[in-house]
Write a protein that binds this ligand. Structure first.
Ligand code: NDP
Length: 322
């Protein structure tokens, strides 16, 4: 069977991980390329998805039968707080254009990407797939959060009105090769990794913000990639699925730092700047639904995934987003 799979946001952290998995897993295997499949990893230079005409042209060019929609304006806390209207508007436009063009051009399956950080601020933990809309998101990222939540609403609306096969995935914190390592705007792992690299190189102190105690669930981008490929082929339901390691696999920021220090072979001391805010202590998400569907999935051990990320960062420092 022939299929043209268009990955929007194909040049980013998650898109590049899907490309890696598709290109390195044995052909015909569960996560490898299947006969008749063609994969396209689109960047914003091929079409700005905030623009309806450019979105239409991209779809006319490739004629996708399947879409994994990852393109988004993504950023850390600071950027989310500063540019709320931009996060709301850009992501709303991108999502509306991709979903509606998929509908108009008869795409047979569309998976979009939400995030556990769009959940309500005040919610009973662990997070699960039923709690996305049960309260307001944290005020720091409400632009991004509301735009993302609307994808789930739209998926249901398109299914009810047109019978569309649209669904979504909800990853926890992602890390891996091709991440954004910009010191001002990166998520916690790439930011710490880059800081540690500079401390080692310049002999300067390595200072970690906060107490190191908060716990988080991290998913390796190449594991997440396999789950997207599985979802594309084997899951046909509008309801989203949380893509995460188990609640018993939370790691503390101190554990993350120790693993980075080890992987970087950093010999100096590091300290915690406890005057910096920690954020929430835990925000556990349940992966019960995921495991009920693909219970044999093997997550990469955290330290191995971090080693691979560090290796990639060191080899690609000159071209990485720093
Ligand atoms: P990246 O920032 O690494 O990549 C973003 C991608 O979106 C890039 O390929 C970029 O293209 C593309 N893009 C951005 N704006 C536009 C636009 N206007 N038109 C077309 N393409 C655009 O993001 P991630 O890979 O980290 O994120 C992928 C998805 O996963 C997103 O939907 C995000 O919300 C979600 N997510 C991410 C998490 C994380 O921890 N990173 C956690 C949970 C969910 P280009 O580079 O060519 O400009």
């Amino acid at each position: 069977m022939s299929a043209l799979i268009l990955v929007t946001g194909g040049t980013g952290l998650v898109g590049q991980a899907i490309k890696y998995v598709i290109e390195t897993e044995p052909e015909g295997s569960r996560f490898g390329k299947k006969p008749g499949e063609k994969w396209i990893f689109a960047s914003s230079s091929e079409g700005d998805l905030r623009d309806a005409e450019q979105t239409k042209k991209l779809f006319e060019k490739y004629k996708p039968t399947h879409v994994i929609h990852l393109a988004a304006l993504v950023g850390g806390l600071f950027k989310n707080m500063k540019y709320k209207a931009t996060f709301l508007r850009d992501n709303t436009l991108i999502n509306d254009n991709v979903l509606h063009t998929s509908h108009l051009t008869g795409v047979t399956k569309l998976i979009s990407c939400l995030s556990t950080c769009v959940y309500p601020d005040k919610v009973e933990y662990p997070l699960d797939e039923t709690k996305i809309h049960l309260g307001l998101p944290h005020e720091s990222n409400f632009g991004y959060a509301h735009a993302k939540r609307m994808v789930d609403i739209a998926n249901h609306a398109y299914k009810d009105q047109f019978g569309s096969n649209f669904t979504s995935a909800i990853p926890t914190n992602v890390f891996g090769p091709h991440d954004n390592f910009d010191l001002e705007d990166a998520h916690v792992i790439p930011a710490l990794l880059h800081k540690c690299y500079l401390s080692k190189k310049n002999g300067t102190p390595f200072i970690v913000g906060g107490t190191g105690k908060p716990l988080r669930q991290f998913i390796y981008s190449r594991d997440l990639a396999k789950l997207f490929i599985w979802q594309l082929r084997e899951y046909d339901d509008v309801e989203p699925i949380i893509f995460s390691v188990g609640e018993d696999e939370e790691v503390s920021i101190k554990q993350v730092t120790d693993a980075i220090v080890k992987a970087m072979d950093f010999k100096g001391e590091y300290t915690f700047d406890t005057t910096k805010a920690d954020g929430q202590f835990r925000k556990p998400a349940s992966n019960k639904k995921l495991l009920s569907l693909i219970g044999d999935f093997q997550f990469t051990p955290f330290e191995k995934a971090l080693d691979e990320t560090v290796k990639w960062f060191l080899e690609n420092y000159d071209t990485a987003r720093t």
